[in-house]
Design a protein around this ligand. Sequence first.
Ligand code: GLA
Length: 728
Amino acid sequence: MKITFHEATRLFRLENNQFLYAFFIDGQGYLRHLYCGKPVAEFDYSSLCDFGFDWAKTYLSPSGKEEIFSDNYYSDRSLLEVGSEGKNDKRGSLVAIRQEDGSFLTDFVYVSHRIYFGFPALANLPYAFAKDQEAQSLELTLKEVRSGLLLKLTYTLLGELPLLVRTEVLQNETKNDVEVRKAMSLELDLPDQGYDLLHFYGTWSRERNVERKPLGDGLTIIESRLGRSSHEENPLNILAEKDTDENQGSCYGFNLIYSGDFRMAANCDKSGSTRVLLGINETDFSYVLKPQEAFELPQGIITYSSEGFNRLSQTFHSFIQDHLIRYANAKAYRPLIFNSWEGCYMDFNTDKILSYLKTAKEIGAELFVLDDGWFGKRNSDGSSLGDWEVNQSKIDLRKVIDSCHEQGMKFGLWFEPEMVNPDSDFYRSHPHCSLGHEDSQKELSRHQLALDLSNDSLVDEIAASVNRILDSYPIDYVKWDNNRTIADNYSYHLGKDEQGKISYLLTLGYYRLCKKIIDSHPHIFFEGCASGGGRFDLGSLAYFPQIWCSDETDPVQRLYIQYGTSYGYPLSTMGSHVSKSPVSSYKTKADVALFGSYGYEFDPTKLSTEDKQQLIPNLDLYHDMGNSVIQNGTLYRLRSPFTEGALSWISVSSDQTKAIFLYVTLRKQNSSSRFIRLLGLDPKKRYRNSLDKKAYSGDYYREIGLNLSFWMEEFQSTLVVLKEEDYD
Ligand code: GLA
């Protein structure tokens, strides 16, 4: 890992063994992008900056003379690190401000830079970190030519990962207010067009479907305006060359350490290049920066792979596990969860939960989670959010926790701290605690309203009421839910000048609440959730090492959801449970759920002996290999349910001594020749597989494959364990 600046050519090189990112400061003071990809030794500037004839290569000097820009600058098509607003370049600006005179003309130029070991820490947003000397950063200061607004732009390399973290802070060191109308976190100008875009779309219970489509001419936008990263789209986006597949070809991955409204804009215009911008959604956005105020933007992540999507995903996975998740024990064994929700919903009492505990324990649960329904007067979703007091007439919480602990299980509880039901004591006693204006009807969703988290004192009050429960009971785990999108964007707490940044402030409020609750309980494991996987993003993962991947627990639907999610997020982050869903056998359900953070969610008292027996093999496997092979292993996707009629993947332990392979059919597949080539094994090691009990070299499995030429029913799963021959 090395960042260098070459004085004579004003060239910055940010590089490690796998990755090189380069740009230079031109004669105008613009940062001119040169390259993002595999390491190369040299750059021919004259070639890289030459786009043939153009009229846009001159400017009018102060003396009124037409002059030629230096360094072959084309004002409408040069590749840049910071696109301008209101100038010749129409590919989309990084930052746009409203000048004092009302114009939007925005143009940043270089002032200074420094290179240092370490990484930038943000005050109010989650950020990427590194241990010891594992990170190096280049911090540039740019100045907006008319207003004087400063942009601190930092690029950070993390060890040998082919990945760049981009951090931006706008600082107003002028004497006037500066209104920021757009502020994106990341810009990448690629010198070509014709890429495919992979984005991850969906809805409730159908998250992160993979769509691959050509980026045609013009502007393509992928966004959320729902107040959270959303079920509908994900901030993860990938650009790939046409022939790129899972194992070969070039691709670029983009993501944002942010959980609120975002926008990815990819522009292919006459320039022949592609500009990618990713950051806070600019719709209805206005941030008036007061003198001496700083505005932190979410960090943007750029990754590159020359070996297809599997390698790109593995880079994201390592980044999340080693540089993002703050929970200290995230890599430790995760106790097998039993969650009460799909078993009894809110219809329970102490006796019922005690009987659940006993039977959950018998089938191997190690952590029992009491889901929604234990507080206020909550027997349906129509009331009590906000009233974080145990409903003593419904549940004897202390007795339940004691019994859980006596049986050797940990105990977890469900909360939804960011929301309120109008039918709650909290709402009745806190006027204007939710978003929305009196003169405009408030729109409910699941009978609830979003609390106004832009109000710090309200955040502190909510944190205190949740913490009261966490500090009064010996709780080991929390499921933190969020069951509606943001609407009625108005806060009684904010002034006229501040309403335009409400969506950003609500996201900061969420992080403030996380800090107040999570950071003060480092012994508790927090799992995120937003009506399932509606907030599966890097911002949340900084606080929650695991997120409930979807409310859909039907294993066939889950194949798609977990497969799509794996493009950007490791298996360890995906909460996945065996449920009562009738579509397949318990074996298939358990096999699908095993590839995630494993758990159960059904009425355990209704499980037949045969069902229980189907759960036993994976229980043993989870104890033995769940942590080393699945949660901390390396994942390779082999067959896509979206395009190949089956899901297949393999996860390999980091020492390459063990692996678990899965193949699940979507349709019945007759016995026909079917050899699946396995990736990730050490070619020189010999592995015995649990299917035909034979041992072959890693090379054999890779080149010839595992023979699955047998009859398969629909939704049949084949799970194969591979262990190095002399592995005990
Ligand atoms: C959301 C979650 C579920 C469950 C319910 C409880 O839908 O995704 O897992 O916790 O809320 O109300």
